[in-house]
Ligand binder design. Structure first.
Ligand SMILES: *Cc1c(COP(=O)(O)O)cnc(C)c1O
Length: 372
């Protein structure tokens, strides 16, 4: 039986092959007689799982040797505090606000640092990213924060800002929770990247942090030891018990991705190409529709999270509800928009096959034929 297509924004769909492998290995991992959930995080079995996962992730994203990869807990929201506690020294932090998540990051960082909003997409209702040439960056900023993919508003940085070219020496921090591993990362422009795993990598509970090693050792005294990047890095992410099962499943996703082929490409290049094709298909259908619309400026549209709305007079509670009920009947799950913005949202992360987007587009057309 084919599983439904799941458009959840997170926790989100995982590759079916990975779920099957997890099920097959649940009671007895590789002849060890143990479930991964039952293993000591310091034993040889889990050590090999964790080291392989980290190396595979490093290979996939071509993470430079001077970056540490940390497996942490607390999710993206905890990082909104952990980053300023580790990097701000209580001083100036410049934040670029492009939607709901960077707004939250700025509010949280204010508790630890002198936060200024360098630019905001507020006046466009977060349908476009302010051009970096207009950002008001301070000379003394400890770092500059952006959310490289806004999961709720559906805007994505298709190129990271080059702070050096803007005359700014501060490191760039990116919250890449909802598009990490959907494309490569231009590490030359980044000082620190973080993201919760549950959008595009694995189960909830795991947070990935990529930190340039010269940024370690700056934590405020108040920073909890378990959230001090230097402490966590020195302990190979084993300062305290890491989220072992989530790391294991994420590791299987990394192996799945390493072997992933599409359009003559392999790995991240292949998944990026498929993500481009999926996004083009869905935006194309929305732009041609007289019933539905996406409101984001074309060059800022997210490949991962695509909010869409019924147009004008069609945008009634009844027709929204009818759309979602009909979607579920067709095995298209979790298309309801975020409660703060309403409407619909299709999250089409790495695990979403092209067929899932084709099925959604077919439903959009049928719904329009019936109600348009
Ligand atoms: C989901 C999300 C978060 C919050 O993640 P939690 O794991 O729930 O704390 C932060 N930033 C972005 C961009 C997200 O998509």
């Amino acid at each position: 039986m084919q599983r439904p297509f799941n458009f959840s924004a997170g926790p989100a769909a995982l590759p079916e092959e990975v779920l099957s492998q997890v099920a097959a290995e649940m009671l007895n991992w590789h002849g060890s007689g143990m479930s991964v959930m039952e293993m000591s995080h310091r034993g040889p079995e889990f050590t090999s799982i964790c080291e392989t996962a980290e190396q595979d992730l490093r290979d996939l994203l071509q993470v430079p040797a001077n970056f540490r990869i940390l497996f942490m807990q607390g999710g993206g929201l905890a990082e909104n505090a952990i980053v300023p506690m580790n990097l701000s020294s209580g001083g100036a932090v410049d934040m670029v606000v492009t939607g709901s998540w960077s707004t939250k990051s700025a509010d949280e960082a204010k508790r630890y640092a002198d936060v200024a909003i360098a630019a905001s997409g507020d006046s466009s209702k977060f349908t476009r990213i302010p051009d970096p040439s207009t950002w008001a960056l301070r000379k003394n900023a400890a770092y500059v924060h952006v959310c490289s993919n806004e999961t709720i508003d559906g805007v994505e940085f298709h190129a990271l800002p080059d702070l050096k070219a803007l005359g700014c020496d501060a490191p760039l921090v990116i919250d890449c929770s909802s598009h990490q591993l959907s494309r490569g990362i231009d590490w030359a422009k980044v000082g620190l990247a973080f993201g919760g795993a549950q959008k595009n990598i694995g189960p909830a509970g795991l947070t990935l942090v990529f930190v340039r090693d010269d940024l370690l050792g700056r934590a405020l005294p108040v920073c909890p030891s378990a959230f001090n990047y230097k402490t966590v890095a020195a302990a190979q992410s084993m300062y305290n018990t890491p989220p072992t099962f989530s790391i294991y499943v994420a590791g299987l996703v990394f192996q799945w991705l390493k072997q992933f082929n599409y359009a003559g490409k392999t790995g991240v290049a292949a998944i990026e190409q498929r993500n481009i094709d999926k996004a083009n298909l869905l935006y194309g259908a929305l732009d041609q529709s007289n019933l539905f619309e996406n409101r984001v400026a074309a060059d800022c549209r997210s490949r991962m999270n695509i909010p869409f709305y019924l147009r004008g007079d069609y945008n009634t509670p009844e027709l929204n509800a009818a759309f979602l009920t009909g979607a579920k009947a067709r095995n298209l799950l979790q298309l309801k928009g975020h409660k703060s913005v309403g409407g619909m949202r299709a999250s089409i992360y790495n695990a979403m096959p092209l067929e899932g987007v084709q099925a959604l587009v077919a439903y959009l057309k049928d719904f329009e034929a019936q109600h348009g």
